[in-house]
Design a protein around this ligand. Structure first.
Ligand SMILES: Nc1nc2c(ncn2[C@@H]2O[C@H](COP(=O)(O)OP(=O)(O)OP(=O)(O)O)[C@@H](O)[C@H]2O)c(=O)[nH]1
Ligand SMILES: [Mg+2]
Length: 422
């Protein structure tokens, strides 16, 4: 057991809730093992500045329980203000979420045979998820420099959430670039499209009526992508079939070989019945962004395909063709000698009771630069007008935080653009 799972803020905890539901819904003990101890206790810490969501996670969890000392809640939210969440300001001070979270974290690390790293779930623009999430990355990196940090980050809808969403996203993205090793980036507009497509498919066969997609359906899609990538796979088991729970760290090793580029785009297709892998691959490839709004072709540094299916033998027959198609459509850089890694498991943890199969692909992909361009442009326009800055100053936010964050994101954008010029 090597991992600590950390859910921060409303979004982090709600996505986490779907994740625990998925793991409880039929995953074998071996598939749950890196995340749930043999005594049924989740290796997780849940933090939020308001009590409601964490309490719901605890109430709804089936076949999994949480240590009471790892449920860390405050009394009031952080008002969608990154600086409020980051500062750790708390009244009374002894209830500091930051100190309590770090103390629980330390105790969790001590329970590990060998601590290898943290998976952190949070949003980019809520005060707690973005601000406290950023601060926790920094503190954990400082206290446990040898451990990995994999962030699972939800970016807001493109427009219409809060006036502070661009500032918060700017600062959180910059902190992630500095302190974590890999970022599984889910953008709410994209997640909503995918979840809508899935629910249309399901209900067409039942009633032909198109349902509105719920937050829970969106979170369930994110959790399904996470399980596709992070649950144990046969490929990484030892010869005696033991899982060491190395999937999150092997994912980082495979997808983020260069510290300058660490933002990952994930897509997934799950089907029942006989597996036709070329069709599954084509369906998945239809969902990935190929061109940026200013007409640049997207490129990838590396990609990882995870196949989960009782029909994995049929995948072996078409493996070369599938990986070739992924390499071509993700436009992997020519100088990476083995850009597409592939892991296989002989069961589909996403739908274990049925004859089903899934393909999940995560890629270090230049579409992340599109988000960063939107965020930096809008944040820059507000920053030049000095709009809302007093809200950040009130909690210790400084001009330097903003200017350094702009600089960091401009460099990342530039690095992603360079991929296309190789
Ligand atoms: N996909 C998804 N996005 C969510 C969910 N809850 C909130 N968000 C998004 O997260 C952002 C708001 O962050 P929250 O997580 O609600 O905020 P918080 O971390 O609790 O911070 P404060 O409430 O400001 O203290 C917005 O972009 C929302 O669209 C969720 O359950 N699923
Ligand atoms: Mg909140």
């Amino acid at each position: 057991m090597s991992l600590v799972w950390l859910q921060v803020g409303q979004c982090g905890n709600q996505v986490g809730q779907e994740w625990w539901e998925l793991l409880s819904g039929g995953a074998s003990e071996a598939d749950r093992y890196p995340y749930v101890s043999r005594n049924g206790i989740a290796n997780a810490i849940c933090v939020d500045s308001e009590p409601k969501v964490v309490r719901r996670v605890q109430r709804l969890a089936k076949n999994v329980s949480f240590r009471d000392s790892n449920l860390i809640v405050g009394r009031t939210g952080r008002g969608n203000n990154w600086a409020y969440g980051y500062s750790g300001v708390c009244v009374p001070p002894e209830e500091s979420l930051l100190d309590r979270a770090m103390e629980s974290f330390r105790r969790e690390v001590e329970r590990r045979d060998c601590y290898s790293g943290t998976v952190l779930l949070h949003s980019l623009c809520g005060g707690t998820g973005s601000g406290l999430g950023s601060r926790l990355c920094e503190e954990i990196r400082d206290a446990y420099p040898a451990g990995h940090i994999l962030s699972v980050t939800v970016a807001p809808h493109d427009t219409g959430e809060t006036p502070l969403q661009h500032y918060n996203s700017l600062l959180s993205l910059a902190w992630l670039q500095r302190y974590v090793d890999g970022v599984l980036l889910f953008q709410n507009d994209d997640v909503m499209r995918q979840a809508t497509a899935l629910s249309e498919k399901k209900t067409q066969t039942v009633s032909g009526v198109q349902p509105a997609v719920s937050l829970s359906a969106m979170n369930s899609h994110i959790a399904s992508c996470l399980a596709g990538l992070l649950c144990p796979v046969q490929t990484l088991r030892t010869q005696s079939s033991v899982s060491l729970g190395m999937e999150p760290w092997e994912l980082i090793r495979s997808l983020c070989p260069m510290p300058a580029l660490k933002f990952l785009h994930t897509a997934q297709v799950c089907r029942r019945g006989t597996a036709f892998w070329d069709r599954v691959t084509s369906s998945l490839l239809q969902t990935i962004p190929r061109v940026s709004p200013d007409g640049r072709l997207h490129h990838s540094l590396s990609a990882l395909a995870v196949v989960r299916s009782s029909q994995s033998h049929s995948f072996l027959a078409s493996q070369d063709a599938v990986l070739g198609k992924l390499k071509q459509t993700y436009r992997c850089v020519p100088w990476n000698p083995s850009p597409v890694d592939c892991w296989i498991d002989t069961q589909n943890v996403l739908d274990p009771a049925c004859r089903s199969h899934s393909l999940t692909v995560s890629a270090n992909h230049s579409s992340a630069a599109d988000l960063m361009i939107r965020v930096t442009r809008r944040a820059q326009a507000m920053y030049s007008a000095r709009a809302y800055l007093h809200w950040y100053r009130r909690y210790g936010g400084e001009d330097e935080d903003f200017t350094a964050a702009f600089h960091t994101l401009h460099s990342v954008i530039e690095e992603y653009h360079q991929l296309g010029q190789a």
